[in-house]
Design a protein around this ligand. Structure first.
Ligand SMILES: Cc1ncc(COP(=O)(O)O)c(C=O)c1O
Length: 391
């Protein structure tokens, strides 16, 4: 049986995979079983921030795997403590709690918001609702599906977790009207809505939401699972949007290819969870954290971030010059391409034929290239995409 058949026979069919079996990779290029090369402008949905098998990252991971692979959270170990220190020093947050995924990090943020409110105002105040934005995506657990502001995700798995309300993005009056109903403890948002179609929030809107939250003691939670760790050209996307949320969630690119989630908390929220309130067996795993330390030290370098910004501008300019492209949304190297006549899903499949990997988000082509992609790889990759769009 070949890999395609094995996969279909033994793995539950929850993904519609492309017709591509990736064998290995280096930098922004991967190869299939036949040796054909593909320039990857998707980085495993924003995960391989340093590309495939970056030497420094792979050395750190393998050295740690040969030293100490797991301890459980019953004991201390260096990699997670050192990674937490790096994250706090580079982002200005006070404390971190490590998780395994974006959904899990968001679950933790939701727990922090509800407990903060219960601690300050009492359970009987019923101040436990969370407002999220229409078109958002926050994960696949039953609670983060409920937090996701898209009806299409609110099917099959009833009963969903209660306590979420939705309001349209970039419409502060609508947000205010929902919050005025009372019972809220937090607002949660993605700075750029990724799965929802790469839609960035307006800085003015976010500032109004942040001010409202501060005035009413609601926690502001940024889901930076996709936007964080340099993806948008700043370490956190919120930096360039001018807000400093109380809680920030990270995952995807933080691990550079190994599973990790993290919750950053400020002075107000960093001691809300205490002994026994939360835990996860693999959170802060030494091997994963050793790799993440390399990612954080590289992507937080201002010259690296400047390159991400320049590469984003370059991509936008090249794409906007293409007849088939009607618009490019997003920030840094998180881009959504609107098409005049073509169907994004078909373009995505044709790109594989043409030796370039791209993603979709709703009816757009989505690009999330490795942040470390070379100019040569980027130029060749976008040219292959444009040739598919022009065909
Ligand atoms: C903004 C955002 N939040 C949460 C998630 C869920 O992350 P994970 O798949 O690691 O659980 C995603 C995944 O796409 C995401 O883009």
């Amino acid at each position: 049986m070949n890999i395609f058949e094995l996969d279909r026979q033994y793995i539950m069919g929850t993904y519609r995979r492309q017709n591509l079996c990736i064998k290995q990779g280096s930098g922004a290029v991967c190869t299939d079983e036949s040796g054909k090369e593909y320039i990857d402008l998707g980085s495993g949905i924003g995960v391989n921030s340093l590309g495939y098998c970056d030497k420094e990252w792979a050395d750190a991971v393998s050295k740690q795997a040969h030293t100490l692979q797991h301890t459980s959270n019953l004991y201390y170990s260096a990699p997670d403590a050192e990674l937490a220190q790096m994250l706090c020093e580079k982002t200005g947050y006070q404390k971190v709690l490590f998780q395994n995924s974006g959904a899990e990090a968001n679950e933790c943020a939701i727990k922090i918001a509800r407990k903060y409110s219960a601690d300050c105002y009492g359970e009987q105040a019923c101040r436990n609702r969370i407002l999220t934005l229409v078109n958002s995506f926050h994960g696949r657990t039953v609670t983060t599906l409920a937090a996701t502001g898209q009806d299409v995700f609110h099917t099959h798995f009833y009963p969903f977790t209660e306590g979420f309300s939705y309001a349209p993005a970039n419409d502060f009056d609508a947000v205010k009207a929902v919050l005025a109903q009372g019972g809220f403890c937090a607002v949660m948002f993605e700075p750029v809505q990724g799965e929802g179609g790469v839609m960035e929030l307006d800085a003015d809107f976010l500032k109004e939401v942040a001010d409202y939250c501060a005035a009413h003691d609601l926690l502001l939670i940024a889901d930076e699972v996709q936007t964080g760790m340099g993806r948008t050209g700043t370490l956190l996307a919120c930096e360039q949007l001018g807000v400093k949320p109380d809680v920030v969630t990270l995952a995807k690119g933080l691990g550079g290819g190994l599973p990790i989630g993290a919750v950053l908390a400020n002075e107000k929220t960093c001691n809300v969870l205490s002994y026994g309130d939360h835990g996860t067996t693999f959170g802060g795993n030494p091997v994963v954290c050793a790799g993440a330390k390399v990612v954080v030290s590289r992507v937080s370098d201002p010259s690296f971030l400047l390159e991400v910004q320049k590469k984003g501008v370059f991509l936008k300019r090249k794409l906007l010059a293409c007849e088939e492209v009607t618009g490019v949304s997003g920030l840094g190297m998180m881009l959504g391409i609107s098409l005049k006549t073509k169907e994004a899903a078909k373009v995505c499949a044709q790109c594989i034929e043409a030796g370039v990997i791209v993603l979709t988000a709703k009816n757009k082509i989505r690009l999330l290239p490795p942040l470390s992609i070379s100019w040569e790889e980027l130029t060749e990759g976008v040219e292959r995409l444009i040739s598919v769009l022009n065909a």
